[in-house]
Write a new protein. Sequence first.
Length: 143
Amino acid sequence: MIALDEAQAATIREHGLRTYPEECCGALLGRFVDGLAVVELAWPIVNVRPDTRRRRFLVDPRDYLTVEREAARRGLEVLGFYHSHPDHPALPSEFDRQHAWPNLHYVIVEVDAGVPREITSWLLSEDRSIMREERILPARRTA
């Protein structure tokens, strides 16, 4: 399960709105508390994919390194990533599954005709065969 407070959900929705009709992407920084992934910061990242940004995103390795360093500086971990699905449901695509990593959380926001809507979260199975939806709980503050 993942815990996401309204401020972090608002950051994700706003990022999806701002980049529409292209996909947005970002990192989820936080802590594990009693087995629950608690998101403390949704960190927007620029989608650097040179083509098909309406249906795909790409994180520059330098941006990922910046995220890792910022997480360490704050005493947090990279829990996973978020991205938007412009004019598509907040369900992982086959491409999403193929490029996901086990043990990371993948939050997807649907942006329908420019309006951010449903947010879902997904985990890749250990054998990489399926992404399973997980419950999103209100965040508990850990610090």
